[in-house]
Design a protein around this ligand. Structure first.
Ligand code: SF4
Length: 238
């Protein structure tokens, strides 16, 4: 092997090596492993569901928009008073933007979020009769709603059209050798090819809760993990 080839080999991304490692350890193909992965995670995390609290489609949309760059717990602290004051799309437009900014201040990026929420409310009224739409192309028409937000809302409304990729989903999909990509859109594309459509909505919740409880970003607790024999990055001796 030339020096250049050798250097390239050792520079190869860990993501790539997890996919190769799954083959090296004869763990089975992605399609063979995905069924047991979903089943075991569903048993281990029976309570895995969205952590945001909402009682209507509109509250869901606003909560997800507010959750950008902050924690769900932080959003949940703000939304009870917010939803008491702003009940319909019209309410968000009738109040001065500064009032909305004050109400959501604690979620961070409050100026941009207030602007996006008011923009989304305007489009809801102008194009969707004040109702939250179900399809990704429609949801993506709302200002401030990017693919991740649209995927979360559609899935929670029972119309999953893709798989939500957040930081946990990305990390675990890579560690489990389900993708060799870094870009969220490409990771989602890899996941929808192997995850059964019926599981598209719950799959991200399973990975998110497993990531929070077991597969920590810095110190994965492989000894306590139900996936250790299916995971190419397991740190247990094999
Ligand atoms: S075996 Fe370890 S690295 Fe793999 S999913 Fe479980 S905790 Fe994460």
């Amino acid at each position: 092997m030339s020096d250049v080839a050798g250097a390239a080999r050792f520079k190869r991304s860990p993501v790539r090596s997890y996919v190769a490692e799954a083959r090296r350890r004869s763990l089975g193909s992605r399609r063979e492993r995905i069924g047991p992965i979903v089943d075991r995670l569903a048993l281990a995390h029976r309570d895995a569901e969205i952590a945001l609290r909402f009682e209507s489609d509109l509250e869901l949309l606003v909560s997800v928009m507010l959750s950008a760059q902050t924690t769900d717990a932080n959003v949940n602290r703000v939304t009870p008073a917010l939803f008491e004051r702003f009940r319909r799309p019209e309410d968000y437009l009738a109040a001065p933007q500064e009032e909305l900014e004050r109400a959501i201040f604690a979620t961070g990026f409050y100026r941009q979020k207030a602007k996006s929420i008011r923009g989304a409310m305007r489009v809801l009224l102008e194009e969707f009769d004040g109702q939250v739409p179900r399809t990704l192309p429609e949801l993506l028409r709302l200002p401030g709603v990017a693919r991740k937000t649209a995927n979360v809302v559609a899935a929670e409304l029972g119309h999953a059209q893709g798989i939500v990729v957040d930081t946990h989903v990305r990390r675990l999909s890579q560690r489990l050798g389900l993708t060799r990509n870094e870009d969220p859109v490409r990771i989602e594309r890899d996941l929808v090819r192997v995850v059964p459509r019926a599981d598209w909505a719950r799959f991200p919740h399973l990975l998110i809760w497993h990531g929070r409880r077991v597969c920590d970003a810095r110190r994965p607790h492989c000894a306590d993990c139900v996936l250790t024999d299916l995971c190419p990055s397991s740190r247990l001796d094999r």
